[in-house]
Design a protein around this ligand. Structure first.
Ligand code: NAD
Ligand code: TYD
Length: 332
């Protein structure tokens, strides 16, 4: 397949591109990425020079550029997004532009160029908090923060393009991913890298919020399957089915690093903090998918990866991130 991947210089997109080119040697990938603070070409340094891989710096909101790079591809896989809830509380503007308007631009290009597939990568956060049980693809969308509301906009817009214009869309809604190359603003890489430096781990509120964690490579296999075998117009939940309270996750990270729990620093809660997310992933399982990385082993491998890749995260943490961190955590 000839793929256009948007946002492929970020965390999940870069893992996905590496996965696809390893699993499907005849595929080619054009990676369209704006290189925001979260985009990093170093995430795919190993593919630079590979004739199957082309990087294009640009914005998915630029319809002319999108048409130029999308012409002739077999599918668009749409990862590009502003992805951090806390930043969406400070500066929502870019979230609305990329996460909603940007998806509209992609859907229009796919429609006009008659591209056979658009995979819109959405999130479990569009369902909002779930007190009991798990969200199915039929559950109502009740996003609670600007990030998830803007993602729900893109998600629903993509589905609307299927219903109204028969644009061949599939949507995935995955739970919290973790693994290599995740920007260290997100809780797992933030806590691992802070702990490595004996710095405090800012745990929001009572730390009893629950997230369903999935190892990024398991999400990549689900995305690859949905891309090739998913039914057009359908939504697929992709969860790790491994729910953990933030406090337990934090303790486990400290245990793996041999660091004391005195590093845990309770801080003021995130406004509107969703208590729990949970996904029913039986639909994508019926397509033939199963997660292959048990949580404990995958977390251990992830902690090891950050320990062994200081050269990747140190420049990030001393660059743009430092000002963000001071602003974000000074307020708590
Ligand atoms: P990320 O922040 O690591 O990467 C986002 C990438 O998109 C970056 O490379 C950035 O430069 C690029 N980008 C941002 N705006 C752009 C624009 N206007 N045009 C082109 N490129 C742009 O995010 P991630 O964690 O890899 O998430 C990827 C996708 O998966 C997002 O759509 C996110 O909503 C979704 N998702 C993430 C998670 C998770 O746990 N990380 C869970 C569910 C869904
Ligand atoms: P995060 O990685 O930001 O993902 P999301 O908000 O999309 O689920 O946060 C995961 C959980 O960890 C969430 O409940 C908020 C919490 N958290 C903290 O307690 N402290 C932190 O510094 C961060 C970034 C997150």
């Amino acid at each position: 397949m000839r793929l256009l991947v948007t946002g492929g210089a970020g965390f999940i997109g870069s893992n996905f591109i590496r996965h696809v080119l390893a699993e499907h040697p005849d595929d080619t990938v054009v990676n369209l990425d704006k290189l925001t603070y979260a985009g990093n070409r170093a995430n795919l340094a190993d593919l630079e020079g590979d004739p199957r891989y082309t990087f294009v710096r640009g914005d998915i909101c630029d319809g002319g550029l999108v048409r130029e790079v999308a012409r002739g591809v077999d599918a668009v896989v749409s990862f590009a997004a502003e992805s951090h809830v806390d930043r969406s509380l400070l500066e929502p503007d870019a979230f609305l532009k990329t996460n909603t308007y940007g998806v509209y631009v992609l859907a229009e290009a796919v429609r006009e160029l008659r591209i056979p597939r658009l995979v819109q990568v959405s999130t479990d956060e569009v369902y909002g908090p779930i007190a009991d049980g798990a969200a199915t693809e039929e559950s109502p969308l009740r996003p609670t923060n600007p990030y998830s509301a803007a993602k729900a906009g893109g998600d629903l817009l993509a589905l609307a393009y299927w219903r109204t214009h028969r644009v061949p869309v599939v949507v995935t809604r995955s739970s919290n991913n973790f693994g290599p190359y995740q920007y260290p603003e997100k809780v797992i890489p933030l806590f691992v890298t802070n702990a490595l430096d004996d710095r405090p781990l800012p745990l929001y509120g009572d730390g009893r919020q629950v997230r369903d964690w999935i190892y990024v490579l398991d999400n990549c296999t689900a995305l690859d399957l949905v891309l090739r075998k998913g039914e057009t117009g359908e939504v697929y939940n992709v969860g790790g089915s491994h729910e953990v309270e933030n406090l337990a996750l934090t303790r486990e990270i400290l245990r793996l690093l041999g660091k004391p729990e005195t590093l845990i620093q309770p801080v003021t809660d995130r406004p509107g903090h969703d208590r729990r997310y949970a996904l029913d992933s039986s639909k994508v399982a019926r397509l033939g998918w199963a997660p292959r990385h048990p949580f404990a082993a995958a977390l251990e491998a992830t902690v090891r990866w950050y320990r062994e890749h200081e050269a990747w995260w140190r420049p990030i943490k001393s660059g743009e991130f430092r000002a963000y961190y001071e602003q974000q955590y000074a307020r708590r």
